[in-house]
Design a protein around this ligand. Sequence first.
Ligand SMILES: Nc1nc2c(c(=O)[nH]1)N[C@H]1C(S)=C(S)[C@@H](COP(=O)(O)OP(=O)(O)OC[C@H]3O[C@@H](n4cnc5c(=O)[nH]c(N)nc54)[C@H](O)[C@@H]3O)O[C@H]1N2
Ligand SMILES: Nc1nc2c(c(=O)[nH]1)N[C@H]1C(S)=C(S)[C@@H](COP(=O)(O)OP(=O)(O)OC[C@H]3O[C@@H](n4cnc5c(=O)[nH]c(N)nc54)[C@H](O)[C@@H]3O)O[C@H]1N2
Ligand code: SF4
Ligand SMILES: [Mo]
Length: 751
Amino acid sequence: MSEWQPTACILCSINCGIEVRLGGDDQRRFEKIRGDKAHPSSKGYLCQKASRLDHYQNGRDRLTSPMRRRGDGSFEEISWDTAIAEIAGRLTGIRDTQGGDRIFYYGGGGQGNHLPGVYAASTLSTLGSVYRSNALAQEKTGEFWVQGKMFGAPVHPCFEDADVAFFLGKNPWQSHGFPRTRNVLNEISKDPARRMIVVDPVRTETADKADIHLQLKPGTDAWLMSALAGLFVQEGWYDPEWIAARTRDFDLVRPVLEAVPVARYCEIAGVSEEALRAAATVLKDAASVAFMEDLGIQMNRHSTLVSYLNRLMWLLTGSFGVRGGMNVFNPLMPLGVHTGIPPKVSPVARARVIYGLVPCNVIPEEILTDHPDRYRAMIVESANPAHSLADSAAWRKALEALDCVVTIDVAMTETARLSDYVLPVPTQYEKWECSFFNLDPAENTFHLRQPLLEPPPGVLSEPEIHARLVEAMGAMPAELVAALSSTLASDGAEAFAGQLMGAVSKDASLVPLLPVILYRTLGPTLPGSAAAAPLWASAHAFAQRHAGSLRRAGFTGEGPQLGEQLFKAMISSPSGVVFSVDEPESSWSRLGSRGGQINAAIPELLDMLADLPCGPGSSDPEYPLVLSAGERRAFTANTLYRDPGWRRKDFDGALRVSPADAGRLGLSDGEEARITTPAGSAQVLIEVNERMQPGHVSLPNGQGLDNQTAAGMERTGVAPNDLTTLEARDPVAGTPWHKWVPARLEALQGT
Ligand SMILES: Nc1nc2c(c(=O)[nH]1)N[C@H]1C(S)=C(S)[C@@H](COP(=O)(O)OP(=O)(O)OC[C@H]3O[C@@H](n4cnc5c(=O)[nH]c(N)nc54)[C@H](O)[C@@H]3O)O[C@H]1N2
Ligand SMILES: Nc1nc2c(c(=O)[nH]1)N[C@H]1C(S)=C(S)[C@@H](COP(=O)(O)OP(=O)(O)OC[C@H]3O[C@@H](n4cnc5c(=O)[nH]c(N)nc54)[C@H](O)[C@@H]3O)O[C@H]1N2
Ligand code: SF4
Ligand SMILES: [Mo]
């Protein structure tokens, strides 16, 4: 058997360091997996999902040749030269006749790989493509929008040191979201001096660990959170001096919160006022509170408003800029593809573009129209929108309607099957990869992973694909590349950097081409890690902005040496490196909002808050239940495992139903039933589950993939987005209401 090799788990944003021992006849199986104790943030921690990573590495539907779709929907293998030449030709053709802004880009990275997005910038700037999106625009853009307005900087909680942990629509026991999650939850739970509060309609595993579980009715967070904030203001449970010194325009917020009818709103949320007061008492007496919100509210009614109310609680509890509270962190590189100033609205629906991303729910509408500005082509990279975005049927239609779709993936996915070209890439264990989910304010970690295995013949990495596309489109500055390479060889890194900066300062259009230029020049000189070349520019940029953070992390160089030192550390730390160490107080100087104060008032959301109806709204008798379409469970991992055989339990991804509803409908555990929503209906396996409250049912995320078998397509479980619609979305950010899908459940007739 081989040696233990360090890498990371790629199943969630935490990317725990792991060590893998290869085995099997071909030495390509992941025979043993353990936590990597040398990883600076996970420190050996793992959850149960990582042990199954062989199902990703040696997974279903793997592709090893570029594919072109024939007129009848079947695929043929083509060579890389043909694929690159045809794709470059078709996309530049669309650019030259319709405009480059008609070419949409979706994806750029998943849970463990963010280099594709870096390189895509070069291809997209060559094409003049400006509209793009990814999964963040169906979960986090409301939060980002509020965050930008209030703080102008990225903020993250620190649970390790928190006196009180507050989880809003988040089940970290299953979904994680911060390093060594279960250990930290256990530590807080066992410590009599610390407290945990969970706001969730389901009695989750996290709620089991909590001191207070506010088990509200699904979709009523806007009422519950305004009651909580209202209580703080009405009882005077906040520090007016802190508010006056640290925030601006709180005077616009106070009257709205003073007017909140606390008792009535508690009633709407189905939580007793005593329970809310108990939670408020814990919060007001806390030395520090770390807050985390997630999909329970972000994919729900009033999601942007609730993200705002959550942040108002940070202010009312004085939790910003304190240890164990909410702090600004330094990302090594922001997530996503960045090529200049993004458009403000999308071209057809005129939907708000947040963080450069078009809301996922409007994309099909912007294709399935005769509007002249509709999108005509799409590049999909490292994502599966035909399965993962609201209304799969509309997505299938939209992809079919485009003139050209190119998908870059390891596997023949639901999206790939609807594409004109599919370009296969090495898995994340066959190439250099990293993620930019570096969110820790206290001690931020970056992990550039080395490949464990050679890629199979027939695949090309994303950096190579983008470099070849740029070359085929005639946009690679060949003379500059040759000159830079020879300078690097003869005069070294400093002269190379000088020459490159000189060229960029003369011609700003080179900036988005830097990833592929660096890949072709610096890349070949790096020991095996050509793909890491653009990180060189990131390391230098980081060192210029955050020299102090780097020094505290132990880096000592001066001037450009500091950036060079960081880059060297990044490419030579197989278990990851700490690149930024900061004290909570530094959060204040990093605020992007005016005058170093937090902006308390967002008028648009305050109006929405003041106008909240005083009743929950009548529910449609046709759909008496609320379905959560996509719940994180022990055996879900987005669509990274395409083989259902990875699941040790819950093979079919059952619908969880409360005992009361099951009894009323005459359904029992293990029985099949039919669930119907305004979008469609599906046959589901029933799991009677005491954690659910009456009126609420839930399905897991990531199920219902179509696997190719000898006998044809085989599907296991329910694809949640066969049950969701494009229209059910947040009015501010356009994020979907997947946790609030009207539904009805029926026993199967005649069985
Ligand atoms: N096991 C596993 N872990 C994962 C993933 C995975 O696929 N599987 N995916 C990763 C990804 S991409 C993400 S974004 C995160 C998401 O992580 P989470 O957001 O924690 O995951 P969910 O289970 O979708 O939703 C969280 C909680 O919201 C609750 N909820 C439902 N309706 C409401 C409501 O009306 N109000 C409130 N307050 N809560 C409600 C649900 O009961 C659930 O407990 O997980 C990551 N981690
Ligand atoms: N109804 C409903 N829908 C949901 C959710 C829900 O709760 N309910 N959750 C949503 C959330 S939060 C998220 S984040 C999304 C996730 O959905 P997507 O953003 O579509 O991402 P993944 O399912 O993680 O799939 C990533 C794709 O990357 C491919 N891949 C793996 N490794 C590589 C690689 O190295 N290179 C390339 N190019 N490709 C690779 C995989 O084969 C897979 O096709 O799903 C969303 N969809
Ligand atoms: S899925 Fe589990 S092991 Fe993998 S990164 Fe997330 S927490 Fe770590
Ligand atoms: Mo996500």
